[in-house]
Ligand binder design. Structure first.
Ligand code: PBG
Length: 333
């Protein structure tokens, strides 16, 4: 009986041999369709009051809260890593119903921007713009009973945008999901002379369970209720396009989809329908899930995280906001 290879192979060799281009790392690199590089990753940082603070966030291994002075010390190293930029979240000393700390000229984010830009002028500094870290009830706008009021909140957001711009932010990133906020913020910035300051809109932001660890890190969990009255329903895809188009018409320069991994279809649809740059936010819960599995030895951190982030790029995101940006860049160098 003949059992050699030739006898068992088809008469005609396979026409398509995908493996020809998988035979060496060099070939695989040459033909790779999508890249993941540090300059496409933006690192979120949580800034807290005090001095000399660098405090780990329990639910997000590898993530810390920083005081302004420590941020200033660290900024040059972050710039040297070649990451795309940082996005700052502030946790104020005290909170009130309106979130007035958000627009204070000596507010936590304003001071952090100044410190970061002063220490590392070449580092791109974005500011998250929302009231939820600053309100004592933890919602993203002014409350009346259990309802977040849309229009009265707009003016506060615009005020906050202008104060972040004055502090020196390179990009303003509203994450509140109030209707009409991009137009209101754009007009306020223009009125104050910041006509060239770009707006990165969290345009399609879903009411997601994956924000859990962030709310610990930013101390911004709603005291009552949830955010389903203003953030999007996870069942909706077409609505994301309406949100994105509305924000672009109001003057957004970049639109963001958030979360990312559970919404890869949305990233892809926005990429296909919209010409503007598209960002995606790989959120706290998506990060924490992989890090927790890696801590238990169930997943290999670098491989799993790289694959997850690559899927977000492949879906169509031009850049990704991710807590893993720094670890990725450090491994790359
Ligand atoms: C503020 C804001 C949130 C996140 C970014 N900006 C929290 C929320 O909407 O509850 C979440 C980011 C993350 O989970 O990593 N509104």
């Amino acid at each position: 009986m003949t059992t050699n290879e030739t006898d068992r192979s088809p008469r005609r060799p396979p026409f398509h041999r995908g493996r020809r281009l998988r035979g060496s790392a060099a070939l695989r690199t040459l033909v790779r369709e999508t890249d993941l590089t540090a300059d496409r990753l933006v690192l979120p940082l949580f800034i807290v009051p005090g001095e000399g603070v660098r405090r780990p966030v329990a639910s997000m291994p590898g993530v810390e809260q920083w005081s302004v002075d420590r941020l200033a010390e660290e900024a040059p190293a972050l710039a040297a890593l070649g990451i795309g930029g940082i996005i700052l979240f502030g946790i104020p000393e005290s909170k009130d119903p309106e979130g007035s700390g958000a627009w204070a000229d000596d507010g936590i984010v304003q001071e952090a921007v100044q410190a970061a830009k002063g220490a590392a002028p070449g580092l791109l500094v974005m500011t998250d713009l929302c009231l939820c870290e600053y309100t004592d009830h933890g919602h993203c706008g002014i409350l009346e009973g259990d309802r977040v009021l849309n229009d009265p909140t707009l003016e506060l957001l615009a005020r906050t945008a202008v104060s972040q711009a004055r502090a020196g932010a390179d990009v303003i990133a509203p994450s509140d999901m109030m209707d009409g906020r991009i137009g209101e913020i754009r007009s306020a910035l223009d009125r104050e002379g910041f006509t060239d300051l770009p707006i990165l809109s969290y345009a399609a932001k879903y009411a997601s369970a994956f924000y859990g660890p962030f709310r610990d890190a930013a101390d911004s969990a709603p005291a009552r209720g949830d955010r389903r009255g203003y953030q999007m329903d996870p069942g909706n895809a077409r609505e994301a396009l309406r949100e994105v188009r509305a924000d672009l018409e109001e003057g957004a320069d970049i639109v963001m989809v958030k979360p990312a991994l559970a919404y890869l279809d949305i990233i892809r649809r926005v990429r296909e329908e919209i010409d503007a740059p598209v960002a995606a936010y790989h959120v706290s819960g998506e990060y924490a899930a992989i890090m927790a599995a890696a801590e238990r030895g169930w997943l290999e951190e670098a491989a799993a995280m790289t694959e997850a982030l690559l899927s977000i790029r492949r879906a169509g995101a031009d850049f990704i906001v991710t807590y893993w940006a720094r670890r990725f860049a450090e491994r790359n160098i």
